[in-house]
Design a binder for this molecule. Structure first.
Ligand SMILES: [Zn+2]
Length: 256
């Protein structure tokens, strides 16, 4: 059995009344979650959190920071929390700034990149919210890349397409369509599903109909996201725990 650790690599705040119809005016803190699974010599990182300041990301970066102001205190970035050289694989859930800030500190890791996410890297639109200035030049050129082929299903999470990273069921890459093109999750040891930004938080899963126009505009495919939500709720009822990127979690997440 491996070990699943959690790091909050910076955070943002957002007014809940601007996010959801019918929500009270209240600024909620959304930590930027990174999850490290270790088992023997496998060390798989799910997302990389925020980049250290300053960001050289131009006008698009300025707009993004107005909407979702990042707070990255000293010591918060993933490179300051773990030794990047020990990480063997980096899975990116998607390419939004709060998930890719640490990509550059893993030159030797194998990147697991959904084909849809690779398409976004080649041709991103403003709506995709990709700040190229946060990524290494020409990324993923020069990196070892695994492209998941979602050809399997898993009884533990029916209704979702999976790719078995190590061919032993321990770490399943999961297609979670909706939030962004190529949005990706991971089922760790069949116990915990890292669900990225499939929802803003567990309490907001299934509340997609309440999301306001502006935050809705950022989503890649709202209908897919709503349909995914009901699948995830079903998966949870079967005993799999859901871990979203922007919820608060303990430093060590129990796997069994
Ligand atoms: Zn996010």
């Amino acid at each position: 059995m491996g070990d699943l650790r959690y790091f909050a690599c910076g955070e943002t705040t957002h007014d809940m009344a601007q996010l959801l119809h019918g929500a009270a005016r209240e600024r909620r803190v959304f930590p930027s979650g990174v999850f490290l699974w270790e088992d023997g010599d496998r060390r798989v990182l799910y997302d990389t959190g925020y980049a250290p300041e300053p960001w050289k990301t131009g006008l698009a970066g300025w707009v993004y920071r107005r909407l979702l102001p990042p707070r990255v205190p000293p010591g918060a970035t993933i490179a300051e929390r773990i030794d990047p050289a020990t990480v063997t694989h980096v899975v990116l859930s998607h390419l939004h700034p709060d998930h890719i800030g640490g990509v550059g500190v893993f030159p030797d890791a194998t990147f697991v990149l959904h084909a849809g996410l690779q398409r976004t890297l080649v041709a991103s639109r403003v709506k995709d919210g990709v700040l190229r200035g946060l990524l290494p030049e020409a990324f993923p050129a020069g990196r070892r890349v695994v492209t998941p082929v979602f050809d399997s299903t898993d009884d533990r999470i029916p209704g979702l397409s999976t790719f078995d990273l190590f061919r032993d069921g321990s770490y399943m890459i999961v297609d979670l369509p909706g939030h962004a093109q190529g949005h990706t999750g991971a089922l760790v040891e069949g116990a915990v599903l890292l669900a990225g930004d499939a929802a803003w938080g567990r309490d907001l899963l299934g509340q997609e109909g309440r999301i306001r126009r502006v935050p809705r505009a950022i989503a890649h495919d709202c209908a897919a996201q709503a349909s995914l939500a009901s699948t995830l709720l079903d998966v949870e009822r079967r005993g799999v725990r859901l871990a979203f990127s922007h919820d608060h979690h303990p430093n060590r997440i129990e796997l069994h």
